[in-house]
Ligand binder design. Structure first.
Ligand code: UDP
Length: 239
């Protein structure tokens, strides 16, 4: 592996919206290709990389429930949305020459592998990017929690949260230009100040398992790879 790498194995979480580009809904192929290129750079550094992609660009359980659907049914639709995003990302990565596997928490034999922890570890060891789809497989959870769960199971050294901004700020930097970017926070800071990084279940799980969360911009070219080398712009949430 490349010299100066801070991590050997990481999990990247991106929201479904990160794949939307300028659209209001769904997937923007150019954006998917760009994000795949970011992942490829990290993969080429020799980092074992897994991905969790949300589904909010297609369907959110809360939105369905607010229109009268049963929450659990709506959440299953949300989980199916994450499978579509996972397949889109798999396609883009494979077109870029990166070997991948998709594993779904809800078995869908014809489309992808079922989630099997040991098998996922083996794929990573063989240099495949593993994309975890269908969240945790349970309603009432989020893909943030799925990301913290899979990162724990895969023994990832860091959970990367790829967002639109380059870290966690004291206020929304788009509305408050004077807002400061934190370079370091603890999991406890995020929970007690209710900072909008990931949901509380995800932060707690990461804290319990000693996994740092790194918040960075996935839309700044080259940044993901730089973060792996400790040179990018980001906020670390850890001890
Ligand atoms: N979801 C779920 N259980 C999970 C993960 C996701 O029920 O373990 C559903 C939930 O309805 C959620 C939707 O899938 O709204 C899409 O996931 P999420 O909102 O986390 O996506 P993101 O905001 O990251 O795009």
């Amino acid at each position: 592996a490349t010299q100066g790498l801070l991590y050997k194995r990481v999990l990247l979480k991106i929201s479904g919206e990160a794949l939307m580009g300028q659209r209001e809904f769904g997937l923007d192929p150019t954006t998917v290709t760009r994000v795949a290129a970011e992942v490829k750079q990290v993969y080429e550094l020799g980092v074992e990389c897994c991905l969790v992609i949300g589904g909010g660009n297609i369907f959110r359980g809360i939105a369905g429930a607010s229109q009268g659907m049963q929450r659990a049914s709506a959440d299953y639709m949300g989980m199916l949305a994450t499978v579509m995003n996972a397949l889109a990302m798999q396609n883009a990565l494979e077109q870029a020459g990166v070997d991948t596997r998709v594993q779904s928490a809800i078995p869908m034999q014809s489309i992808c592998e079922p989630y099997i922890r040991r098998r996922a570890v083996r794929h990573l060891e063989k240099g495949r990017v593993v994309i975890f789809a269908a969240g945790t497989g349970n309603p009432y959870f989020t893909t943030d929690t799925a990301a913290a769960l899979r990162a724990s199971e895969m023994k990832c050294e860091a959970l990367l949260k790829g967002t639109k901004v380059d870290g966690v700020y004291s206020a929304d930097p788009k509305l408050h230009p004077e807002a400061e970017r934190y370079t370091h926070l603890t999991h406890h800071d995020v929970l007690s100040r209710d900072l909008k990084v990931m949901d509380a279940a995800a932060i707690s799980l990461a804290r319990e398992n000693g996994i740092p969360i790194i918040v960075f911009s996935i839309h700044t070219p080259g940044n993901f790879a730089q973060v792996m080398l400790g040179t990018g712009r980001y906020t670390v949430i850890g001890n």
